[in-house]
Design a protein. Structure first.
Length: 698
């Protein structure tokens, strides 16, 4: 009711209701009421409300809300007081920024020390640069005031003399630039790199190293990191730069040594000629750091560098380091690249070895992917195990995919390989929990989210859900998604929000996934337009739904960085070409009916041009027909040499062909399309996922 009153600009009534909510509500309702009160009433009331919010919830979020409002009212002393105990090395940058701004405005003597600590010990953000710019402006203003005062004094002293006029002060004149202290120069260097002035920063490396030595200062680790970035992007002589970081590393230790070794490795790697040196420096970096994330980063680069050396080296490194990975999911993209490399070069036995090594050490999703592909290779007789019972191990691999944390794509493929037709088993498989982590449900946050839905505030739901998503159970997530789904009838942006909530709830489910959540995750938005376009061009509706979901997530107004637009993500030139063929002279590419019709025509045309191979048409839709024809040519050549030609066009089975595509985006696009089409067919068209896979992969 307070929100209704505030929306109608009835401030007096909103104040009364929020105060009542503050007295009677649960924890989250009280907190939201307190936050709302910081933005209502006169300045005295807003300041009092901000003080109360901090007194009741003295955490980073409360401080951020309250200090933002206090800052708007120029209550800078209060901001400084209330942020006195925050840790500027770990607190949100926006909160630290509020404190820094208040200290600068009040000319607090601690400002420069705190600014230096903040600037030199954290990755820089826009908040850092904004405060740093204000700091520089304050220095410039002080300089001008001092110069003007001196000018006035000298003018008075020379008033009766014949001396020449005083030279005007100009900040553009090098003679007028203030001499920067060592700490100011280090901060300025960091800001320069953050602004991507890499060449200038690269030329200053020796100066910065010398500056620290002259002032008996340790070279800060983040400065070494910035030097590394400037070398990567500010020079093309990577070898000389790598030698420079090698020399530097001999004088450092700890995290500074980590960055010197890490960037030496990256620079050697970038030359393309010194892979062994790159691997050696990455190992040095791993030994130097005590931080898990940095260790993983160096290990990722080391393994990636070995992709260009030999698979034997990679397998050896995996045996040594695989159990040392801290964030297993961080390495998923490396294992994706390794998979493409091994399959493209037909190193089937090496693929099998990697699968055996990573069990329990990689992410569950990566292991299940390797399990499916290894099963297919065993099934086709391309690799041999020690027992010689390839078929039995293949079945075990597919079964492991269905029982584990595989992505939906590999589960659908495994259902097809095992020829599962029992609908109850399929439902159990598709609705199996995805995540093993436990959720600490926040019942007050759930009640607030449900309240927004019950009282008709769809505009509040998504942002609130983002704040509390880790504490929202599957039932309330479904309720929020369902409400936004219904609100999409009058505002299409709620369709996208509904889909995002449902997708995350499904992908993080720790319990059995309700059937209705599958429907919310694979909705049929724009059903009239999609059904019409599908029937006009004789395409399965479920395929067109899958394409739209994969291309745009049902956002009719979206435009990609490349310029693709609308539900089916068509380029202007492609849309114009199709429109000419259909004799449509006047059209709006973002109109859902037009966009889906043009997209459906384009897909149908690609299917016909690829000998009715639907998957090849989908690859062409994403990557272009020329690329797909080249990939097919290479595949047919390679598989002709093996004497096995399981697919009529590519030579290689279509699921394995997908795994060899050189474009990451196209591989993932194919997976999304297949899994989405299978789910749409299963949910709405009484199709068996196994039959769907065969239909698409033919």
């Amino acid at each position: 009711m307070g929100l209704y009153a505030a929306d109608k600009n009835n401030e007096k009534e909103a104040l009364r209701l929020f105060k009542e909510g503050l007295r009677k509500g649960n924890e989250e309702t009280r907190r939201r009421s307190a936050e709302a009160l910081t933005r209502l009433g006169n300045m005295r009331e807003r300041v009092a409300a901000s003080e109360y919010l901090i007194s009741q919830w003295n955490d980073d979020n409360a401080l951020l809300v309250a200090c933002t409002e206090l800052g708007k009212d120029n209550e800078f002393s209060a901001v400084i007081l209330h942020t006195e105990n925050i840790d500027i090395l770990t607190a949100p940058n926006d909160l630290v920024s509020l404190r820094m701004n208040a200290m600068l405005r009040k000319n607090d003597s601690r400002f420069e020390d705190d600014l230096y600590t903040w600037m030199l010990n954290r990755p820089l953000s826009s908040a850092h640069l904004e405060i740093y710019e204000r700091y520089l402006n304050s220095l410039a203003e002080s300089k001008i005031k001092e110069e003007k005062a001196e000018e006035i004094e000298e003018t008075v002293n020379l008033a009766f003399s014949e001396a020449s006029p005083i030279r005007p002060i100009s900040l553009d004149d090098p003679e007028d630039e203030p001499v920067m202290t060592a700490r100011q120069q280090l901060m300025d260097y960091r800001a320069s790199v953050q602004r991507r002035r890499y060449y200038a920063a690269f030329t200053q490396i020796q100066k910065i190293v010398g500056l620290c030595k002259e002032n008996d200062m340790d070279l800060p680790p983040m400065i070494v990191s910035d030097m590394g970035k400037s070398a990567l992007y500010g020079t093309t002589d990577y070898y000389s730069a790598a030698l420079q970081f090698d020399r530097l590393s001999r004088e450092l230790d700890g995290e500074a040594l980590f960055f010197a070794s890490f960037y030496a490795g990256r620079l050697y790697d970038k030359t393309g000629r010194y892979p062994n040196q790159a691997v050696s420096r990455f190992r040095n970096a791993m030994e130097a750091t005590t931080m898990d994330a940095r260790f993983d980063n160096a290990l990722w680069y080391m393994l990636t560098a070995q992709l260009r050396i030999s698979t034997d080296d990679i397998i050896s490194s995996l045996k040594t380091y695989c159990q040392m990975m801290h964030d297993k999911a961080y390495f998923d993209d490396f294992f994706e690249s390794l998979s493409v490399l091994l399959l493209s070069h037909q190193k089937w036995q090496d693929f099998y070895k990697v699968w055996q090594i990573i069990e329990g050490k990689s992410s569950e999703e990566t292991f299940c992917k390797y399990a499916y592909i290894a099963g297919r290779l065993l099934e086709d007789g391309l690799i041999r195990n020690e027992t010689g019972l390839q078929t039995r191990e293949a079945v075990a691999a597919f079964t492991r995919v269905l029982s584990g944390g595989a992505s939906l794509y590999y589960k659908v493929l495994a259902l097809e390989r095992l020829n599962v037709t029992d609908r109850e088993f399929i439902e159990t498989t598709l609705c199996a929990p995805v995540s093993e982590r436990t959720i600490a449900v926040n019942p007050d946050a759930e009640r607030l989210l449900a309240g927004y839905a019950a009282f008709g505030f769809p505009q509040k739901i998504y942002d609130e859900w983002l704040v509390h998503r880790k504490g929202i159970g599957i039932d309330v997530s479904m309720q929020a998604s369902q409400f936004l789904n219904e609100c999409g009838s009058f505002n299409k942006k709620f369709n996208v929000q509904s889909l995002r909530i449902a997708s995350r709830a499904k992908n993080n489910a720790t319990e059995k996934i309700p059937h209705h959540l599958l429907e919310l995750t694979f909705p049929r938005f724009f059903s009239e337009q999609i059904s019409s376009a599908a029937h006009e061009y004789d395409l399965p509706e479920y395929l067109l739904y899958a394409l739209v979901r994969s291309e745009s997530f049902f956002d009719a107004d979206i435009s990609s960085n490349a310029g693709a637009q609308g539900l089916t993500q068509l380029m202007e030139s492609t849309a114009a070409d199709i429109a000419r063929k259909l004799r449509i002279s006047d059209y709006n590419i973002l109109d859902p009916a037009i966009n889906t019709r043009l997209g459906a025509f384009y897909l149908k045309e690609l299917i016909e041009r690829n000998d009715s191979a639907t998957m090849l048409a989908l690859f062409a839709y994403n990557a272009g027909l020329t690329n797909v024809r080249e990939w097919v040519r290479i595949a047919r050549r390679d598989w002709h040499e093996t004497g096995k030609m399981p697919h009529r066009i590519t030579g290689i089975s279509m699921d394995l062909f997908l795994e060899t595509l050189p474009y990451d985006e196209t591989r993932e696009y194919g997976r999304k399309i297949v899994s989405s089409a299978a789910l749409y067919g299963y949910l709405y068209y009484n199709k068996n996922p196994a039959d769907m896979v065969r239909e698409l992969m033919d």
